[in-house]
Design a protein around this ligand. Structure first.
Ligand code: HEC
Length: 334
């Protein structure tokens, strides 16, 4: 409906310049996506595929396969094609890390179709990406955890979760500690699918990123006191949901990237004395909220996405080496 209105209105005024409600805004809607997911490989440091996406001129020029953006035609744009390929495809972008969400690829589609407006002065800069981070395990050490024997309820719960397509595996051979990855099932996952989780007390690593889990669903997580890592990025989890995490005293990594969490939610985390890595990029958290939490938890690193802290630079380097090796192998095969 809205879109039709926009097109009709635009035609009526004979110009694409008019401001309509649905108009995608480069600085607000598109630049953060590029900064978070693309610039690392298509910016000042690296130009994979000879493509840069940090300035208008560079982006419009395209890469080794020619223009990546066909203004006004998303379906003819290589950039849009690549971000919408089925997961696992060779050409998919980003080639590493979390794929873009449907909401994000839709924004890019609308942006291209609306003329790919890019203010001359807008320069996209790489930001610390939770996506890249999530690939590396934080240095948390499971050493602090006391060995526990899985209960019989746990075995049943694991079977139930696996039958709904969620892998719940031991993190290493000869270990009872388990990890569960709901992210692979994405939006198929609702609070209902989570219910058996509450019996998997050996769980140390839980990924709920991009699922439809709600604040109420997190009640099933509240008792998993051995959890060390928790991914909640790209979900609707809000302040109320975070109240469920109060007893997760071993939690070292919490990713809240792209959730509606505010400073109030951060207050719920003040007792998590083992928390080391917290991601609040694209949330409603403010400077004040960050300062307050930092006071309560001096050891925690809070990543807000706008700057690279020294720790993340180190990790980037490691990542890069892996990446370069992979590329070298690919080249050698050719
Ligand atoms: C981890 C590194 C990495 C990230 C992050 C990444 N790319 Fe790429 N991209 C590559 C590599 C490597 C190539 C070249 C290989 C190929 O042609 O498939 C490439 C090629 C491309 C090309 C084709 C360029 C040409 O002309 O050959 C496009 C378009 C593209 N990327 C868009 C994106 C977009 C949009 C994003 C963010 C959503 C992104 N990439 C994120 C590594 C990356």
């Amino acid at each position: 409906m809205k879109k039709t209105f926009f097109i009709v209105a635009a035609m009526a005024f004979g110009s694409w310049q008019i401001q309509a409600e649905t108009k995608v805004d480069f600085a607000k809607d598109i630049q953060p996506i590029f900064e978070q997911s693309c610039i690392k490989c298509h910016g000042p440091e690296k130009q994979k595929g000879d493509l840069r996406l940090d300035s208008k001129a560079a982006a419009m020029k395209g890469g080794k396969d020619g223009p990546a953006i066909v203004v006004g035609q998303a379906d003819k744009s290589d950039l849009y094609r690549r971000i919408t390929l089925p997961p696992g495809s060779d050409d998919i972008m980003p080639s590493k890390g979390d794929l873009l969400t449907k909401a994000q690829t839709d924004l890019i589609k609308d942006w291209i179709n609306q003329g790919a407006v890019w203010p001359e002065q807008a320069v996209a800069k790489a930001v610390e990406t939770p996506a890249a981070k999530s690939e590396s395990t934080p240095e948390t050490g499971f050493a602090n955890l006391k060995e526990i024997k899985p209960t019989s309820a746990e075995a049943g719960a694991v079977t139930k979760l696996e039958s709904s397509g969620v892998p719940v595996r031991p993190i290493a051979m000869n270990m009872n500690w388990r990890e569960a990855n709901f992210h692979t099932q994405g939006t198929n996952i609702t609070d209902g699918t989570l219910t058996p989780l509450k019996d998997v007390l050996t769980l140390v690593d839980l990924n709920l990123a991009g699922t439809r889990v709600t604040d109420a669903g997190l009640q099933n997580v509240g008792g998993l006191t051995n959890l060390v890592t928790l991914h909640l990025e790209h979900t609707k989890i809000s302040d109320a949901g975070l109240a469920n995490l109060k007893n997760l005293s071993h939690l070292a990594y919490l990713n809240l990237f792209d959730t509606p969490v505010t400073d109030k939610g951060l207050e719920q985390l003040k007792g998590l004395s083992n928390l080391k890595h917290l991601y609040v990029w694209q949330t409603k958290v403010t400077d004040q909220g960050v300062t307050d939490l930092q006071k309560a938890l001096p050891k925690v690193q809070i990543y807000r996405g706008w700057e690279n802290d020294p720790a993340s630079k180190k990790e980037e380097k490691k990542e890069e080496k892996k990446d370069d090796k992979k590329e070298a192998k690919k080249e050698a095969k050719k």
